[in-house]
Design a binder for this molecule. Structure first.
Ligand code: PLP
Length: 240
C-alpha cells in the first residue's frame, strides 16, 4: 500500500516505545520501575468505574453530541473558570477522547504550509510531529537545565516572526518538569497579544506542582480570546 508523503513526517509518542520495551523486559522477568508513561500508578477510583458501568447499563451506548455531553461541558467550564479565574462558558468547551486530539485540531486549524510554530524542546513529541505533518515549520525554544528548564525569553522573542501562527506553552512541562513563573508567562502573553498570535496552553500537568503557585496564561490581558487551553483526565485523580 502506498501511503501519502505526509506520513513520513509523522513522529510518534516515544514514551510508548519505551513502555513496550520495558514491558518486554518485565515479561522476561526483570523488575522495572516505570517512569516512561505519564499516568497515575493506581487504578481509576472505584466510584468512577461504578459511574461508568451505571451509565452503560442506563443505555449510554449510542452517538452523543460531537462536542461532548452538555452536562460534562458545563462541569468542565465551571471547573476551568474556578481553577484559572477566567469566565468560561460551556459552548467554549470541546470534549475529545484524550487530550492529544486537541493538539492535532489546533495545529490543523491554525497552521498552513510554511507557517511557523514556536514550541518548547525537549517537549511532548506530538507537538513537533503534528507541526511537520501539516507542513508547518517547527521553531523550537531549547529548554536548558542551567535555566531551570524555563523558556529563554530573549531567544523566544527573537524566534517569533511574521510567519508565527501559533505559540505552544506547556507548564508544568513534560518531560523536564520545568515551570514558567508569572513573570515569564506575562512576557510570553504580551508578545502573543501584541502580535495577535494564538497560544496553545498545555496545562495537563497543572496539578503536578509541588511548590509555588500555578499560573495559567489565560489570565493575562488579551489572552482569554486567543488561548486554546488543553487539559485532560489522564494524569490525575483529584478534583481540585
Ligand atoms: C504534556 C502532555 N500534553 C498532553 C498529553 C496528552 O494526554 P492524553 O494522553 O490524555 O491524550 C500528554 C500525555 O502524556 C502530555 O504529556
Amino acid at each position: 500500500m502506498n501511503v501519502a508523503a505526509r506520513m513520513a513526517r509523522l513522529g510518534t509518542e516515544s514514551a510508548f516505545e519505551v513502555l513496550a520495551r520495558a514491558k518486554a523486559l518485565e515479561r522476561a522477568g526483570r523488575e522495572i520501575v516505570h517512569l516512561e508513561i505519564g499516568e497515575p500508578d493506581f487504578d481509576t477510583p472505584a466510584h468512577i468505574k461504578e459511574a461508568a458501568k451505571r451509565a452503560l447499563d442506563a443505555g449510554a451506548t449510542h452517538y452523543g453530541p460531537s462536542a461532548g455531553l452538555p452536562e460534562l461541558r458545563e462541569a468542565i467550564a465551571k471547573h476551568v473558570a474556578e481553577t484559572r479565574g477566567v469566565p468560561v462558558s460551556p459552548d467554549e468547551v470541546v470534549v475529545t477522547p484524550g487530550a492529544k486530539p486537541i493538539m492535532f485540531f489546533t495545529i490543523l486549524a491554525l497552521v498552513g504550509e510554511g507557517d511557523e510554530v514556536v514550541y518548547p524542546n525537549p517537549g511532548f513529541p506530538i507537538y513537533e510531529s503534528v507541526i511537520s505533518f501539516v507542513g508547518g515549520v517547527p521553531v523550537p525554544i531549547p529548554l536548558l537545565e542551567a535555566r531551570g528548564f524555563g523558556f529563554d525569553l530573549d531567544l523566544f522573542e527573537r524566534r517569533v516572526s511574521e510567519r508565527t501562527r501559533l505559540i505552544i506553552v506547556n507548564s508544568p512541562e513534560n518531560p523536564t518538569g520545568g515551570v514558567l513563573d508569572r513573570g515569564q508567562l506575562e512576557r510570553i502573553a504580551a508578545v502573543a497579544a501584541a502580535r495577535g498570535i494564538p497560544v496553545l496552553a498545555d496545562e495537563i500537568y497543572r496539578q503536578f506542582l509541588y511548590e509555588g503557585e500555578f499560573v495559567s496564561i489565560t489570565g493575562f490581558p488579551g489572552m482569554r480570546e486567543r488561548t486554546i487551553l488543553l487539559d485532560g483526565f489522564s494524569k490525575f485523580s483529584r478534583s481540585t
